[in-house]
Write a protein that binds this ligand. Structure first.
Ligand code: ARG
Length: 718
């Protein structure tokens, strides 16, 4: 199997240029794979201006925002813009019933009003280096060393782990204040050492109210035509040396190596557009069997979330306070739910599995033509199939367990508490202090907790689990026979007797000591869920069989098959570039969607009786007066959102959309309903990236938010 590396490397280096649209390309390979196609499409930049490790380039302005989004630096004073839905959890955490920034929006009117966000970080890419050859050579040497041992695979794998760690340690030493990681690409066929620098003093600068930043809510989510002002702004702070520093009033705004210029000139259909960012996960190299299991898993998740979201929403509608507490939990759940519903529909409409099967048949035909290929790739698909079959039951069971019992917040609170206490005890704190620290850690969780909601969810989710689980997987240790016990009564007893239902109860329970708290009924539930989880995880991981080897061989085979055509690896939260054009589309027969929307659409969608479609008075006034300032289009209208045919996925949220000069024209924030299968297959005719226009963003900062002073620090192209 190890020989695969070489054929793959040759394939990569022989690649000719890619065509447009499809592809989440690796920045270090742009010159080799993409620059000609980009120039042909109208790009005016060289690959070196986009990505260089020797001098500043666009990549120095594009960051990982928090744990799973992208952001970009738009001033020399560390001002950053990302999506509203990316800032969402931070904005919620800073909000209270009295100061509800999520609901009402917020703008710092000077630096002193910028609000620190504990726990939020911004990560810069410092460098990435292909270390595949080093890894292959090291592994080959180890294989020779251990050749005579019966246990050669295990010995090689453990030695490789420590070999890698040494490499990481060396890189960390050479790059102070940085974090180095070895990341694999193309299903373990290529490896890069990636160096990141993480800034931890990040402050909230401002955001529009939810009625703009999340306009259209879950109804419009994943859909076009769109009218959402999906952006929020933050500022990165650094120590006196411009290096990362913990929060301090002494810190200064970070001075970036590069910040993005902004264009207010707009775009037309067919104009070049590119997006740089951190796409999370795609499944472009999965087989039909893997995809089928993915669809079946979706069914399990969708059913459980439908139930849970109904309960959450019912409570959220009761009061603004509960709505605020559950805003982020609901949005996260609903976003995944709708994505899977759409993905299932698109799989059917676009015959994704059938097309994948056809591709596999063609691939096998190619493999069978040649002995060498047969030896390398002949068993790949079979290996994957067997592994999928072996894991299937465990995967579905684990999904059911995590989407039901895994969502019982009370169990999560109890588990987090004991985890925190254990951590504190390990760092030699005494028990009383450890419990105090754990309680402090959990205060913010209780801020976002509503006991009656959790109580209702718990009995409903347990009931759902019982109805759908195989009886052999029923929970044990809950004080009765799970098959027949009264789960509503169980939940009520649990919530009546547990101290984890509120921070106050937990606090007063601390006096009775840790061993007393450990007798809390919530721990019985935690244990019972953990037992189930371990059982399924065990079953899943012990039955990989040759699955990962198969995936590695299949990917390598595909690359050899398509030799000469450049291939991009699956998304894996590393930085990528996608390029294409501004483009309209036809969602179905006789219907054509324009490539941009305007504020007029916001007014048209207004529905004062529907929380998701309220329009703030001030926005209506600005609309009536056509007071759009320099942000209007030449025809006097105010642009809102637009479409490109760029190839993105979750994680790209907040990514800069740039024109041919690398100037910011918008922020990517969503995909469209007709191509929800896009993580698996790119659809040139249907797949679009939904972006918010930077002119709408700046109009909202300036005219609506009254924070026009921020525009002065930006670099607006003339
Ligand atoms: N669908 C978007 C994504 O996954 C997130 C949009 C968030 N908005 C919302 N209404 N939930 O990137």
């Amino acid at each position: 199997m190890k020989r695969l590396f070489f054929s793959l490397l040759t394939t990569l280096s022989m690649a000719t240029f890619a065509v447009a649209d499809e592809g989440m390309w690796l920045l270090p390979l742009l010159q080799q794979m993409n620059s000609k196609a980009m120039t042909d499409l109208g790009c005016k930049l060289t690959a070196d201006q986009i990505y260089s490790i020797n001098h500043s380039s666009i990549k120095d302005a594009v960051v990982i925002f928090g744990g799973g989004c992208t952001g970009e630096v738009i001033s020399n004073e560390g001002l950053l813009v990302t999506n509203h839905h990316c800032g969402y959890s931070s904005i919620q955490a800073l909000s209270s019933d009295e100061h509800n920034y999520l609901e009402n929006g917020y703008w710092a009117m000077d630096r002193s009003q910028e609000i620190p966000v504990p726990g939020l970080s911004v990560t810069f890419l410092v460098s990435m280096e292909d270390i595949t050859n080093q890894i292959v050579t090291a592994e080959e040497q180890l294989r020779k060393t251990f050749a005579d041992s019966a246990d050669v695979d295990r010995l090689v794998s453990t030695s490789m782990d420590s070999w890698r760690q040494t490499l990481v340690d060396k890189s960390n030493e050479q790059n102070p204040n940085c974090r180095s990681v070895v990341t694999s690409f193309y299903n373990d066929n290529v490896y890069y050492m990636i160096v990141y620098k993480i800034y931890r003093d990040v402050r909230f600068v401002g955001a529009p109210p939810a009625s703009i930043g999340k306009f259209g809510g879950e109804t419009d989510n994943w859909m076009w035509p769109r009218h959402t002002g999906d952006f929020s702004m933050f500022r990165i702070y650094a120590g006196a040396d411009n290096e990362p520093a913990e929060y301090s009033t002494e810190n200064k705004p970070y001075v970036p190596k590069q910040s993005l210029k902004i264009s207010l000139k707009g775009y037309g259909e067919g104009d070049f557009a590119m997006i740089m960012g951190y796409p999370g996960r795609t499944q472009r190299f999965q087989t039909a069997d893997q995809l089928q299991l993915m669809m079946d898993t979706h069914d399990v998740s969708i059913a459980a979330r439908t139930l849970r979201q109904e309960i959450m929403w019912k409570w959220m509608e009761k009061s603004p306070s509960i709505r605020l507490k559950y805003a982020n939990k609901y949005a996260g759940s609903a976003n995944g739910w709708k994505k899977w519903v759409g993905e299932k529909k698109a799989f059917k409409d676009l015959n994704i599995i059938g097309r994948e099967q056809q591709k596999e048949a063609d691939f096998m035909k190619w493999v069978s033509k040649n002995k060498k290929r047969q030896a390398k790739y002949g068993s790949a698909l079979q290996d994957i199939s067997e592994s999928v079959a072996a894991q299937r039951e465990a995967r579905l069971a684990l999904t059911l367990l995590t989407e039901t019992t895994g969502r019982i917040e009370l169990a999560g609170l109890a588990r987090d508490f004991s985890q925190s206490v254990d951590d504190a005890l390990e760092s030699k704190k005494d028990t009383a202090e450890a419990m105090r620290l754990a309680l402090d850690d959990m205060k913010s969780q209780y801020d976002d907790y509503w006991e009656p909601l959790d109580r209702e969810e718990t009995s409903a989710l347990l009931e759902h689990y019982r109805k759908n689980a195989d009886p052999k997987n029923y929970l044990e240790g809950l004080g009765g026979d799970f098959a027949t016990m009264d789960l509503k009564k169980y939940a009520n007893d649990l919530f009546d007797n547990s101290v984890f239902t509120s921070a106050e109860k937990l606090e007063s329970a601390l006096e009775n000591g840790y061993s007393h708290i450990m007798k809390d009924p919530a721990f019985k539930l935690v244990e019972s869920i953990m037992d189930g989880t371990m059982k399924y995880f065990g079953a899943m991981y012990s039955r990989d069989d040759n699955g990962s080897e198969g995936a590695k061989a299949f990917t390598a085979g595909l690359m050899e098959w398509q030799k000469g055509k450049p291939m991009y690896p699956d998304a894996n939260f590393t930085t990528r570039l996608t390029y294409g054009t501004i483009k309209s589309y036809s969602p179905r027969d006789a219907v054509k969607y324009n490539y941009y929307t305007t504020i007029y659409g916001v007014i048209q969608k207004e529905d004062p009786d529907n929380y998701e479609f309220r329009v703030p008075e001030k926005l209506k006034e600005l609309y009536q007066k056509k007071d759009y300032g320099r942000y209007a289009m030449p025809d006097g209208n105010l642009p809102c959102c637009f479409l490109t045919n760029n190839d993105i996925t979750g994680g790209n949220s907040g990514s800069p959309v740039m024109n041919a000069n690398g100037e910011l024209i918008g922020l990517a924030f969503d995909g469209n309903w007709e191509s929800m299968s896009s993580d698996v297959m790119f659809e040139p005719d249907l797949q679009r990236c939904i972006c918010v226009d930077i002119r709408y963003v700046l109009f909202l900062v300036d005219k609506f938010g009254g924070a026009g002073y921020l525009i002065k620090e930006m670099n607006i192209a003339d």
